[in-house]
Design a protein around this ligand. Sequence first.
Ligand code: ZN
Length: 116
Amino acid sequence: MSIERKCAICGTIFMANKYRPNQEVCSNIECQYRRQLDNMKKWRQKNPNYFKYKEAQDKSWKETCRQRSLEWRKKHQEYLKLYREEHRNRHRDYMRDYMRRYRKKKEKMEHGDSVY
Ligand SMILES: [Zn+2]
């Protein structure tokens, strides 16, 4: 049985996985990414001293931190790449449409005997 839910970010209705009935975000990559950022932010707010504490506890913590941020950056870059590709396609379609309309309008204006 699936549960119908509304995405907390984009508002799309989606079917929640029956194993995760509390899922709040659809499977859209942008929404998933934002949810991750949100989770991180919330977690940091709940554990404001976590990083400081760990650093004092463990000398290798800095290395772990560095490793993590490298991993995160890699993921982030993958996301950005996907996003840019999608955006580029959209922009290209938009420009093609725009130019088509522009040329039509121009033609009409040059052969002044039409609509005007
Ligand atoms: Zn969504």
